[in-house]
Design a protein around this ligand. Structure first.
Ligand code: UDP
Ligand code: MN
Length: 355
């Protein structure tokens, strides 16, 4: 169908890597839909060229030049930057229906059947299941909806956007839901949780990597049916280092995703097989010899992964805290997943209870 498209967004070269793997995974599973990527001016020229190899349409969106209403909205609410950028997907009115997918998602099978659903269809958020997760959703492009969303954003803001001063301090540490689009969209499509069950996508269309370890038995029972994996959270697949000989990602034992690294490895396998040759062709990764040996690829890849170090390898370790304080933070949703509250430590604690 020429008038239907998958749509994603990348505002920098790191997220472009994600968009490329997503696009490639959709092609590998023979989608009949168009592929569109929205990009902002920070995306480099060579990366744009590579995007053109995978996507049918590479559409630059510049929040500041994108029309008066968006311009005004941004001036009044500078913290809404990335939120507004995602909203641009409603402007793609050459399509009658679209499926938006975050650049940190990857498909495991053909999902064209999603286009049979209506706006706004999405899967529950693993953190608050009465909200939908805005990483995968079915929608109908419409300038009217775009303007209404923009108006809501400027009047009310989004309940999950962080104040601008925090974004200025540690932009990379406050990544994720803090981009604010999910709160805004849930406020706008507020009947999602209660009105029409056909708008609830099964969770297998947006399986977050977090859910794998937070409900391992369910993952064991239903995980094989997964159709879309979402690498939600601060650490994205491109932040890891990949060993292409061993075909596996080098993981910290503390990293909870280490219990099921197969999706991460799958992401990297697509990256090395389908995307790396394109990056070579366009001079993003330089050939050192005439032929590229496996070790060189591995080196180039780990270099690539390191060069995307906009996201620090590990967050600064917090000072030691009392168990009371730790409990409080846990209850406020600020679990230290990579440290004290890592899966390994939780498991140790459980083991001591069970003995
Ligand atoms: N995004 C982007 N640049 C950024 C942050 C986000 O292009 O610096 C886009 C990208 O498509 C990404 C989506 O916005 O997948 C939502 O952000 P993210 O996936 O990081 O949030 P999470 O799913 O972890 O909550
Ligand atoms: Mn995401």
């Amino acid at each position: 169908m020429a008038d239907q498209s998958f749509v994603t967004l990348a505002t920098n070269d790191s997220y472009v890597k994600g968009a490329l793997v997503l696009g490639s995974s959709l092609r590998n599973h023979r989608t009949t839909k168009k592929l569109t990527v929205l990009i902002t001016p920070h995306v480099s020229d060579p990366m744009r060229k590579v995007l053109e190899k995978v996507f049918d349409e590479v559409k630059p969106v510049d929040v500041l030049d994108s029309g008066d209403s968006a311009h005004l909205a941004l001036l009044k609410r500078p913290e809404l930057g990335i939120t507004l950028t995602k909203l641009h997907c409603w402007e793609l009115i050459q399509y009658s229906k679209c499926v938006f997918m975050d650049a940190d998602t990857m498909v495991l099978s053909n999902i064209d059947e999603l286009f049979e659903r209506e706006e706004l269809s999405a899967a529950p958020d693993p953190g608050w299941p009465d909200c939908f997760n805005s990483g995968v959703f079915v929608y109908r492009p419409s300038i009217e909806t775009f303007n209404q969303l923009l108006q809501l954003a400027t009047e009310k803001g989004s309940f999950d956007v962080l104040p601008a001063f925090l974004l200025d301090m540690e932009p990379e540490l406050w990544r994720g839901p803090t981009s604010g689009d999910q709160g805004l969209l849930n406020t706008f499509f507020s009947s999602w949780a209660t009105t029409d069950i056909s708008k609830h996508l099964p969770f297998i269309y947006n399986l977050s990597s977090i859910s794998i370890y937070s409900y391992l038995p369910a993952f064991k029972a239903f995980g094989t049916n997964a159709k879309v994996v979402h690498f939600l959270g601060r650490l994205k697949p491109w932040n890891y280092t990949y060993d292409s000989k061993a075909k596996s990602v080098k993981e910290d034992a503390q990293d909870p995703t280490a219990i099921h690294p197969e999706f991460l490895n799958m992401w990297w396998d697509i990256f090395v097989t389908n995307i790396l040759p394109l990056l070579h062709q366009h001079g993003v990764v330089k050939d050192t010899a005439t032929g590229v040996k496996a070790e060189e690829v591995a080196e180039a890849v780990s270099h690539l992964s390191l060069s995307s170090a906009a996201v620090p390898n590990s967050p600064p370790s917090p000072p030691a805290i009392s168990s009371e304080e730790r409990k409080e933070r846990w209850e406020q949703g600020q679990a230290d997943y990579m440290g004290a509250d890592s899966f390994d430590n939780i498991k140790k604690k459980l083991d001591t209870y069970l003995q």
